[in-house]
Design a protein around this ligand. Structure first.
Ligand code: PLP
Length: 204
């Protein structure tokens, strides 16, 4: 069992429960975690695994021969993150919750968008089927025409069709700007909202 628990400290409702705590799973589970989310160290390329000692020997051999090691200054930063004041983690969790609440409620006011409230992490995943656009087409158009970057749900597989994935790891100000641009873009390009200046049919 590989258990990726990188968002364990970014939960808004409920509590984190690791499968490793279930009877018999400690021996069978490799728990994966990292510094990217709790300490905003995305891009530092540092994570860790918790596993049985005999497995750790093999994983260490694999890592030594595939990426040699994690840069020493990155490891020092990780030690600082773990030993330092942890209040920033809770502060950011509350901040992400505020952003989530704002982003989801605004999205639900945009014609054709319908979004459930995620209970953790910093992404939202609205359904956009009622816009009449396919996920990839609307993601491309939002980037090219509205300057808003998001992922098509299909980036995660075929069942993601009908959805977009937004990251809310950005300032409240920029998130608001993105939402305003999307709202305007939808008003101009989605049927049933205010009429477009030049009529266009949805791309699929
Ligand atoms: C579920 C999950 N696991 C792991 C990672 C890896 O993070 P990183 O490679 O930045 O440490 C991510 C990053 O987006 C993630 O969403």
């Amino acid at each position: 069992m590989l258990s990726d628990e990188i968002y364990s400290r970014l939960i808004f409702e409920g509590q984190h429960h690791s499968i490793i705590a279930e009877p018999g799973f400690k021996e069978r589970t490799i728990l994966l975690d990292g510094f990217s989310k709790s300490y905003a160290m995305t891009g530092w390329r540092m994570g860790y695994g918790v596993m049985r000692a005999d497995l750790a020997v093999q994983i260490a051999r694999l890592m030594t021969n595939s990426n040699s090691c994690t840069a020493s200054f990155t490891q020092v930063a990780g030690v600082e993150a773990l030993r330092g004041d942890q209040s920033s983690v809770e502060h950011m969790r509350e901040e992400f919750q505020r952003r989530r609440d704002m982003f989801v409620s605004y999205l639900n006011k945009i014609k054709g968008f319908s979004c459930r409230t995620p209970r953790g992490a910093f992404y939202v995943f609205p359904n956009i089927t009622r816009t009449g656009w396919s996920s990839k087409a609307i993601a491309d158009a939002l980037l090219e025409e509205a300057g808003v970057a998001c992922l098509s749900g299909t980036s995660f597989g075929e069942f993601g069709e009908g959805y977009l994935r937004f990251s809310i790891a950005n300032s409240m100000e920029n998130l608001n700007r993105a939402l305003e641009r999307m709202e305007k873009w939808v008003a101009d390009n989605v049927k049933g909202t205010s009429p477009p200046s030049t009529p266009r049919s949805p791309r699929t």
